[in-house]
Design a protein around this ligand. Structure first.
Ligand code: GRF
Length: 192
């Protein structure tokens, strides 16, 4: 992947499937993409998503999960070796501590499967269906010490139909996540 002036270096944290990572890799490979994925770290060495990084010759690390503070210490050691502009959480299922955020010192973004501030945390689709919401969606937001509470960078909504269940809604929302995450990264990096 070529580099050119102004191109920003990003790192990505994943925990499993890595479909958002896959979409971000695809985007980073586009001609004149504003960002380069310099490395990928997972808290689970078995994460399927790590294979996408390997396939695209992106440095990747699976850190055997012992506890949060071990993961944060080990990942910070790796992150500090790279000249990064941004860290993106993509299906990363651990909560980063205020200490990590402070120590990393660069901005962090996250993708969340709901229209924040609605439905922070887990089981967002089930909660939206149970509440008979007409819409749900995906949000890209900055990460701060409070769960799913940082500044919203980009959001897109999708209609919930009467036929939708958790599985079909997850599929709809995931499609939106793949669409808005690269856009949000570019928007955010352009304003750095
Ligand atoms: C996504 O829905 C993301 O919003 C949530 O976990 C899922 C991860 O998907 N936090 P993937 O690993 O990117 O395929």
């Amino acid at each position: 992947m070529e580099n050119y002036p102004g191109r920003k270096n990003i790192a990505i944290f994943i925990s499993g499937r890595g479909s958002n990572l896959k979409s971000l890799i695809r985007n980073s490979k586009q001609k004149n993409s504003l960002f380069k994925i310099s490395l990928v770290i997972s808290n689970n060495p078995e994460a399927v998503g790590l294979k996408y990084a390997t396939k695209s010759k992106i440095k990747n690390y699976g850190i055997k999960y012992i506890n949060n503070s071990y993961f944060e210490k080990e990942s910070l050691k790796i992150l500090k070796k790279y000249d990064l502009d941004l860290l993106c959480l993509a299906g990363f299922m651990k909560i980063l501590s205020g200490n990590f955020i402070k120590n990393f010192s660069k901005p962090i973004l996250n993708v969340h499967p709901s229209l924040l501030p609605k439905y922070k945390g887990l089981n967002t689709h089930l909660r939206a269906i149970k509440n008979k919401d007409k819409f749900t969606g995906a949000t890209i937001h900055k990460v701060n010490e409070k769960l799913d509470s940082g500044k919203i960078i980009l959001q897109k909504k999708v209609r919930i139909s009467k036929k939708d269940d958790v599985k079909s809604l997850e599929k709809k929302v995931l499609k939106i996540e793949h669409e808005i995450y690269p856009k949000a990264i570019i928007k955010f990096l352009s304003n750095l």
